[in-house]
Design a protein. Structure first.
Length: 276
């Protein structure tokens, strides 16, 4: 359909007003994707009348139902890299970069650290770790075989398939060897929490951590102690600091917390080698 670029963008943005804080920008992202042109090109050619593929209007229609942009375009940014995503996996969140940074920092205290991730989803954490830490072999579990398919695609994309063992199973099932660093961004939302509509597109296995939300985190903490792990590093909900700190303290260790980019409590690490 021949439409002026400006008109296509304005009409698209209008349909996205209720689902996006940046409707015009999102319309531009979709148009730039279907036309395979940079957004600066769209701005420079605002008045041009071009053939706009139906796909653009389909994208806008899907987004107007609140479907996340990342699922529509099958890509999400993490660490300035572009990962493949679809509705089988959680969309990577920027705060998870802090979790990766923390593991990289702690890895310098262990020689040839044996790292295991629980709940790898799209694979972003294990893939970034195997890229950032040389000579590292990571093992990554997920209870969802669908998610593992996406993780494997991403590992291939970043050429690190030979550095990661993906294991289909719950928690540490299938991993019997010693672990130096256990990392996880597990589901940590309470079962009955009211969610924004866009979250309803993400897999519930990736979101809900139990009745209160912190149950999976507790299980992971217990496993870290049982397996005599050196460091445990996890992401968590902004309101879970106290129960986690109390749970770890009962086991004789100290929890160190970090905040996300908005200043909310978002994660923690424990040095199990320093128990009282
Ligand atoms: C919050 S998502 C995190 C995905 C990814 N690591 C990230 O940071 O974007 C949690 C992941 O844990 C997986 N999961 C849920 N329960 C699990 C379990 N019992 N054992 C292993 N993985 C589990 C889900 O399938 C999901 O992929």
């Amino acid at each position: 359909m021949k439409v002026q670029i400006k008109k296509a963008l304005n009409e698209g943005a209008l349909q996205l007003l209720e689902v996006s804080d940046i409707p015009k920008k999102e319309a531009m992202i979709f148009l730039s994707e279907v036309l395979q042109k940079e957004t600066v090109w769209l701005i420079a050619n605002n008045d041009a009348i071009v053939d706009i593929p139906q796909k653009y209007f389909d994208f806008i229609e899907r987004r107007a139902t609140c479907e996340p942009l990342e699922y529509i375009l099958n890509k999400a940014g993490f660490y300035k890299e572009e990962f493949y995503v679809d509705k089988r996996v959680l969309i990577p969140r920027p705060e998870t970069e802090i979790l990766v940074d923390k593991v990289v920092e702690l890895a310098s205290f262990v020689e040839n650290p044996r790292i295991v991730e629980i709940g790898t989803g799209s694979g972003i954490i294990s893939i970034m770790l195997s890229r950032l830490l040389s000579d590292l072999h990571v093992r990554a579990t997920d209870i969802s075989s669908d998610a593992l398919e996406v993780a494997k695609l991403n590992a291939e994309k970043f050429k690190v398939s030979n550095k990661i063992d993906f294991v289909h199973g719950s928690y540490l099932d299938g991993i019997d060897t010693q672990i130096d660093i256990l990392v996880s961004n597990p589901p940590y939302i309470a079962k009955d929490a009211r969610l924004e509509k866009n979250l309803s597109y993400e897999p519930s296995l990736a979101l809900f951590g139990g009745e209160k939300g912190d149950e999976m985190l507790f299980e992971i903490i217990d496993l870290a102690f049982e397996r005599d792990v050196r460091f445990l590093v996890c992401e968590m909900g902004y309101d879970q600091k106290k129960p986690i700190s109390d749970h770890v303290a009962k086991k004789g260790a100290t929890t160190y917390f970090y905040e996300d980019f908005q200043g909310f409590d978002r994660g923690f690490w424990v040095d199990l080698g320093k128990r009282r």
